[in-house]
Structure formats: structure tokens, C-alpha cells
Write a protein that binds this ligand. Structure first.
Ligand code: LLP
Length: 429
């Protein structure tokens, strides 16, 4: 039988319908059409404030990759967060959202000259991923007559105990310089014009459900801060990235920001005291800020009782790739029967021409009929931002709800968008 799932927080059930931020999901599906991403502004603000309360002295940089919608970035900016950007495109969006440039860190393991120049011209900080990149950035900044504040991204060689595709600080990972090379890298940076080493950076992975790997990362980072200090460089910040998991499956608890703070702050403070330094701690949360603020509404096209009871809906991995890519669990609620008892096990599949296009497997749900609206929960992070037009499917719209009001924050694409930028050579007309 199904595990009990309590709809809580900013989601609630009224008259049998799922509501988000005081708005009926079934009405949203009618009004805006499906598929539809719906985010709740108040939940995003609450999540940010929860992290800020847990880490009152830290600088928080929102990971734009999680959700780069401009309205959401404006909320992030209003709440005082900076940004971790991973491309010139994300940098453009963050600046457009009026996130101050001094609070932006340009990350990335494969930055082009164009990316480096964009960072230099906009005056943001850069997390440098290799010694070669330090040299390239130095010459671009020097030529431009600028001085760029940098951190090195370090590979701390720590297992975060998460899905292998989202572990980023293993020795075998492509990110960062090996921690054994840190002294050499900072020495190099000291000798190069146009760049000033002011920080150190790591990121061990994502959707991490234990605080221990973070504690280990902080210990490792502080030994590196000590080594860098021996070169006469007093670092202004130590950025431990992010990776805080959320309870997608309510039976699997996740640590809260204050659990994380309890695990890492004493180590950080003790080490700072031991070394007689006072750098700022930086964190780069993405998922925690936005994941649970959003539901993806989909409509049932067809039901087929075959090997399993397949419920075929109007979005699949074109709009939510996490289940396929990371075996990720997302809870599913029948939005128009949200308080009906579970009747049978269903497998929810998308419309994509691939057998792997499964959103949710073997879920106990109320009896489902054609036309029902399903809500896929916790889809605010790495949902829309990882979507595609695969199978000739235009991307869907995004709506922001705020205190009972719903506004479109991205129009649905149409077939014209499938043609955008395509050119037909004259001989093929
Ligand atoms: N900082 C850096 C340098 C990162 O690479 C990431 C995520 C973050 C911060 C934000 O981490 P978060 O707080 O969101 O865990 N698409 C995958 C997640 C990939 C994460 C990549 N880096 C997923 O859907 O689970």
C-alpha cells in the first residue's frame, strides 16, 4: 500500500483540489493550458530566508543553473542574494535581474575566451578551474587594463554519497584543480598580472542527504586556506559551493540549512581562529532555493492497462529530465482528486518516443481518468532549465503565483519556435 504523503507547506488541498500559494492548480491548468510549470514566489522567499537565518554571516550566491527565469532571478536579487553563473548567458541574466556584479562569481570548467572577456568586462569575480585558465584570464584582463578577483576551484576529492552524475568533487571528476596543486596554482596567480587571488572554491555535488561530506569538505578547504596563507595570501572568502538535498521522497529525510550550519560552522570558525584569519564563508545554493517552490502540471491523455497501468501525460523528459537522468523521485498528486484515496498502482509516462520516458514508476494513486491533471512536485530546480524541444515539442509556459494571483512569467513556445534560427538553403526551397 502507498506510503502516506502529507501535502504541506505552501501546498494544500481544498475541496479536493491541490492549491499552490492559494491558487487552484486545476484552474491554472484550465486557464494557462498544460503542461505548465507553476512557481510560488512566497515559497522562494521563505527558502532564501531560511538559509540566511541558518548562515547569518555567510554570502549566498544563487546557482542560476537551477532556474534562470528572470522573474525568479529578480526575487533572488530582492532577497539580497548574489549569483553563481556558469556561462556568459547566465551572467547576462543575472546582471539583467540586477544582481550586483560584486556578488557574482563566474564558474565553469571550460570557459571560452568570449566567456572570460564577458567576465572581465562586467567586472565579476571568476572561479578559475585550471592553471591554464589562470594564464588565459590573466592575459585577457591585462590586455583590457582590468584586474579580476579570482578564486581557484579546487577538487577536494570527497565522496558526497549522491547519484554519480551529480558528484562533482571526486578525484575523478572533471571539475577544479587537484587539491595537491593548490599551492602551485596560487603561486602562479600571484605572479600573473590582471588577476588577484582573493578566494578559494569547491563544490562537492548535489542532492546530498548527509551533512558529513560538507564537514569533510570544510576541513579539507581550511587546510588549503592554510597552505595558501603560507604564500602570504590572506583569502577574503572560502566558497564551499552547495549541494544541500531536499526530501523529494518524503520518506527520505534531508538535512535542513540549520543542520548544515551546525555541521560546518563550528569547524569553519575553529579553523579561522586557529589560523588567525576571518574570511567570509560563501555558499551557492540552487536546489534548496527553488526546488519545492514549483509544480509541473500535466494532463492525462490516455490510460492503458498493459504490463503496467500506464498513464500517458502531455510532458515527459522533454520538460523534466531528472527521473530519467538521475533516477530521481518526484512525488505525483492527482490535482483534481487530491484527497481521494489511493486505488491502484500506476506508472506515469510522457509522450516522448523513448522507452525511458517515465516520470514516475509504480505509484499508488486515486483512480485516474482521461483529462485528470497531475501535479509533479518539487520541480523548480533543474526542471525547466534542463528542458528541450526533443520530438518537436515546443517548451511549455511558466507561471508565478503570489498571494492568490497568477501571472505568466514565460509564454509557451509554439511551432514557430521549433523553426527559430533554422535556415533553408535556396536550393531546398
Ligand atoms: N555551485 C556549483 C559550482 C554547482 O556546480 C552547482 C550545481 C551548484 C552550486 C548548485 O548546487 P545545488 O544547491 O543546486 O545542489 N541537474 C542536477 C543537478 C546538477 C547540479 C550541478 N551543479 C539535478 O537535477 O539534480
Amino acid at each position: 500500500m502507498p506510503a502516506e504523503f502529507e501535502i504541506a507547506g505552501h501546498l494544500e488541498v481544498r475541496d479536493g483540489h491541490l492549491h499552490i500559494g492559494d491558487v487552484d492548480c486545476v484552474e491554472l491548468a484550465e486557464r494557462f493550458g498544460t503542461p505548465l510549470y507553476v512557481s510560488n514566489e512566497q515559497r522562494i522567499r521563505q527558502n532564501i530566508r531560511t538559509i540566511q537565518r541558518a548562515f547569518p554571516e555567510a554570502h549566498l550566491l544563487y546557482a542560476v543553473k537551477a532556474n534562470g527565469n528572470l522573474a525568479i532571478l529578480r526575487i533572488v536579487a530582492q532577497e539580497g542574494m548574489g549569483a553563481d553563473v556558469f556561462s556568459a548567458g547566465e551572467l547576462y541574466l543575472a546582471l539583467l535581474a540586477r544582481i550586483p556584479r560584486e556578488k557574482i562569481l563566474f564558474n565553469g570548467n571550460s570557459k571560452s575566451d568570449h566567456d572570460l572577456l564577458a567576465a572581465v568586462e562586467s567586472g565579476v569575480m571568476v572561479s578559475v578551474d585550471s592553471e591554464m585558465e589562470a594564464e588565459r584570464l590573466s592575459s585577457i584582463a591585462h590586455e583590457h587594463g582590468s584586474e579580476v578577483r579570482i578564486a581557484f576551484r579546487v577538487n577536494p576529492d570527497i565522496s558526497p554519497m549522491t547519484h554519480p552524475n551529480i558528484a562533482t568533487g571526486l578525484r575523478s571528476s572533471k571539475f577544479g584543480i587537484p587539491h595537491e596543486h593548490v599551492r602551485r596554482a596560487y603561486e602562479l596567480a600571484q605572479s600573473l598580472p590582471g588577476i588577484v587571488p582573493v578566494g578559494i572554491h569547491c563544490h562537492i555535488g548535489s542532492q546530498i542527504l548527509s551533512t558529513e561530506p560538507f564537514a569533510e569538505a570544510v576541513r579539507r578547504m581550511m587546510t588549503l586556506v592554510e597552505q595558501v596563507g603560507e604564500l602570504g595570501i590572506e583569502l577574503e572568502f572560502v566558497d564551499i559551493g552547495s549541494g544541500l538535498g531536499i526530501p523529494y521522497d518524503k520518506r527520505v529525510p534531508a538535512p535542513s540549512p540549520s543542520d548544515l550550519a551546525r555541521a560546518v560552522l563550528p569547524i569553519f570558525r575553529e579553523e579561522c581562529e586557529r589560523l588567525g584569519i576571518s574570511p567570509t564563508l560563501c555558499l551557492e545554493p540552487g536546489r534548496y532555493v527553488v526546488a519545492d517552490s514549483t509544480v509541473l502540471l500535466v494532463r492525462v491523455n490516455t490510460i492503458k492497462h498493459a504490463h503496467a497501468s500506464f498513464v500517458a501525460v502531455d510532458a515527459g523528459f522533454n520538460l523534466l529530465v531528472r527521473p530519467v537522468m538521475y533516477d530521481a523521485y518526484h512525488h505525483v498528486v492527482v490535482a483534481n482528486k487530491a484527497d481521494a484515496p489511493a486505488a491502484q498502482k500506476y506508472t506515469i509516462v510522457g509522450p516522448i518516443c523513448e522507452s525511458g520516458d517515465i516520470l514516475a514508476k509504480d505509484r499508488w494513486l486515486p483512480a485516474i481518468e482521461r483529462g485528470d491533471v497531475l501535479a509533479v512536485l518539487d520541480t523548480g530546480a533543474y526542471g525547466f532549465s534542463m528542458s528541450s524541444q526533443y520530438n518537436g515539442r515546443p517548451r511549455c509556459a511558466e507561471v508565478l503565483v503570489s498571494n492568490g494571483r497568477a501571472e505568466l512569467i514565460r509564454r509557451a513556445e509554439g511551432v514557430d519556435d521549433l523553426l527559430a534560427n533554422q535556415l533553408l538553403p535556396e536550393r531546398l526551397l
